[in-house]
Design a protein around this ligand. Structure first.
Ligand code: ATP
Length: 269
């Protein structure tokens, strides 16, 4: 059985327009979108698209969102699994799950296969806590076998994410495997403003709210934190019976976030 969740392309698909900033990463991923849309153009010129793309960066910076946007933009199915779905299982089950995951993805090609927390699955030998080293090795080996055994021409593009690229088994980074590695940085002030703009699209703001000011007040916030902040402010506005989010709600939400230590993370699908 494969642990992946499947999202079919639909009208509610996330696109690259929903990902603010990160222009270089988006430009690289646009190439994957183009390939999925018109594979024959690449085949004619003998241009090979990377089989695997690794996105590295701190939590909440938009790695999952980027992978979903590639699938949404290309109109292909999106399979999502987590590296932790493949560990601490009975002997042999991790490897069997990897096999099942790839088999399922191949049947749905062209598609995006996304593995979050790839470090849980493909950790460098010796860094793993506890036992089960042999089992873990089998699981990583199966991942390598699967990656070596498929051509991107088959239309399965593997995207993986990690916040710990330093602990990855170097074998998965060899050419022909994750041969494109992209770093997803936390946003700077301009990036924060752009992220706020994306999340304000569906939220009416009163004219006293300038997103540039919010961006200035939120150094260190990730995209996930900013989405959370606007949501908290929106909840406050509802509670107060307002029709728009005002500066007061933003300020209160900021205070709440600041006093509660690091902002609480809410996942937005
Ligand atoms: P993790 O490492 O915890 O899995 P992640 O990097 O995959 O985190 P996402 O799950 O993609 O982060 O981001 C969480 C949410 O934060 C997104 O669904 C989105 O609402 C918001 N977000 C993050 N980055 C951006 C961005 N660049 N533009 C717009 N929204 C963003």
């Amino acid at each position: 059985q494969s642990p992946a969740r499947l999202y079919r392309p639909g009208s509610d698909a996330v696109t690259l327009r929903d990902v603010a900033g990160l222009d270089e990463v988006k430009a690289e991923l646009q190439e994957v979108v183009d390939f999925l849309r018109e594979p024959q153009r690449y085949a004619e010129l003998g241009a090979r698209i990377p089989r695997g793309i690794l996105l590295s960066g701190p939590p909440g910076t938009g790695k999952t969102l980027l992978a979903r946007a590639v699938a949404g933009e290309a109109g292909v199915p999106f399979f999502s699994a987590s590296g932790s779905d493949f560990v601490e299982l009975y002997a042999g089950t991790g490897a069997a799950r990897v096999r099942a995951l790839f088999a399922r993805a191949r049947q749905s090609a062209p598609c995006i296969l996304f593995i979050d927390e790839i470090d849980a699955l493909a950790r460098q030998r010796g860094v793993s806590p506890g036992g089960g080293a042999e089992e873990r090795e089998q699981t990583v080996n199966q991942l390598l076998v699967e990656m070596d055994g498929f051509e991107s021409a088959e239309g399965v593009i593997l995207i993986a994410a990690t916040n710990r690229p330093d602990i990855l088994d170097p074998a998965i980074l060899r050419p022909g495997r994750f041969d494109r590695q992209l770093t997803v940085e936390p946003p700077d002030r301009k990036g924060r403003e752009q992220i706020l703009e994306v999340h304000a699209r569906s939220r009416p703001l009163s004219p006293d709210v300038q997103l540039a000011d919010v961006a200035r007040l939120t150094p260190g916030f990730t995209g996930a934190d900013l989405a959370n902040l606007l949501n908290e402010a929106a909840l406050l506005a509802v509670r107060e019976g307002l029709r728009e989010i005002g500066w007061r709600q933003i300020a209160l939400a900021l205070e709440r976030v600041a006093s509660g230590g690091p902002p609480r993370r809410i996942r937005y699908a």
